[in-house]
Write a protein that binds this ligand. Structure first.
Ligand code: ZN
Length: 360
């Protein structure tokens, strides 16, 4: 076997006829022919050895070192001898090497697909230029779109939740196999009917986990009435958090009185001692801190200020302010003095503060 034959896509069905190498343009061309004596009709699957004609297919293949590799493949056209078959003539297929009609070998297409799956369109183009695997952005994206979905069994425990296609405007539904922790389907909306249809088409789910919305409950009752429905942990904790926040929020004045009762009458808080934060203020601070970190993270990824503001649903001025601070800007508590003229309005102002996200 000639050395170059080891590099052929499938040496068992191909024979190398000759090769050319152009050192200047870094291109190599291998001319190969099929060694299959018979062809299999793609319509009726009957075998035939009666050749109609021969023709050449030019295929791009994986690069060899610094050389781009082109394979000129000589294949046959066969007559189908099955008289009941509608196909009279068919072209020889080499399924291990190349798909029908394709202009790339299978292994080269697989390499491009792997790059596209890892990097997406634009970055795949940039890496491809370095790897001698050049293709356009659209080609990379088409390769991904052409992939078939892996076959999955209907899961026993299924998680259902919504996700934002565009936050505040358009939502879809994601279905997750909670035993393998793999997403298995995306539904185009979050309507009960869509979920019910999907569950009916894939019977056998035993446990359904969901948020506490009535829509999904209705979809599950319709689509899989025999399955047990459970509230998922995330939404239970989230609901608890919201409830506690609401409960504390309504009692600011009580917290204030408790705080005043514990503070000696004549005490004046020094500027460096921060005012103790009320529970709702603790939550607010955590939310602000999270926002602050998200703003900086998005900016580092190169997003524009208006895009960050849009994405996080906040004002551009706040984004500017957050970006101008290298460390998290704490909300500055006022210095309390006995008998301040502000005292009569303090509870009112605190309520306002709780209701409005402070800027900066
Ligand atoms: Zn046939």
């Amino acid at each position: 076997m000639e050395l170059l034959e080891y590099f052929l896509p499938d040496a068992s069905t191909l024979s190398l006829k000759h090769w050319e190498l152009d050192a200047e343009s870094h291109q190599m061309v291998l001319t190969v022919c099929s060694t299959q004596a018979v062809g299999c009709c793609p319509l009726c699957q009957s075998l035939t050895g009666r050749i109609h004609s021969r023709y050449e297919r030019t295929l791009k293949d994986l690069p060899l070192a610094q050389f781009g590799l082109t394979i000129v493949l000589e294949v046959c056209k066969f007559f189908c001898l099955n008289e009941t078959c509608r196909r009279r003539i068919f072209t020889e297929r080499l399924p291990t090497m190349v798909a029908p009609w394709a202009r790339r070998t299978r292994r080269y297409a697989e390499q491009l697909t792997a790059i596209a799956l890892s990097l997406g369109g634009g970055a795949a183009v940039r890496l491809g230029q370095h790897l001698n695997a050049e293709a356009s952005r659209n080609t990379f994206l088409h390769l991904i779109a052409r992939l078939s979905f892996p076959e999955t069994d209907t899961p026993r425990i299924l998680g259902v939740d919504d996700f934002a296609l565009r936050r505040g405007h358009q939502y879809g539904t994601i279905l997750v196999d909670l035993e393998t922790h793999q997403p298995i389907a995306l539904l185009p909306d979050r309507r009960a009917e869509t979920l019910a249809e999907c569950l009916k088409a894939h019977p056998g789910v035993e446990i359904l986990s969901r948020d506490r919305s009535k829509t999904y409950k209705r979809g599950m009752n319709e689509g899989a009435p025999e399955a047990i429905q459970v509230a998922d942990r995330f939404h239970l904790l989230h609901n608890l958090e919201e409830t506690l926040e609401k409960a504390f929020k309504g009692h600011n004045q009580v917290f204030r009185r408790v705080e005043q009762a514990q503070t000696p009458d004549h005490a004046v808080v020094a500027p460096e001692s921060p005012e103790p934060l009320l529970p709702s203020a603790v939550t607010k601070r955590a939310q602000r801190l999270e926002r602050y970190q998200q703003v900086h993270a998005l900016r580092q990824q190169g997003f524009r200020i208006e895009d960050i503001a849009h994405h996080l649903g906040m004002g551009q001025r706040t984004v500017y302010t957050y970006l101008s601070h290298e460390t998290f800007p704490e909300w500055q508590p006022s210095i309390r003095r006995r008998g301040s003229g502000l005292d009569p309005y303090k509870s009112y102002l605190l309520e306002l503060l709780d209701d409005n996200e402070p800027v900066g």
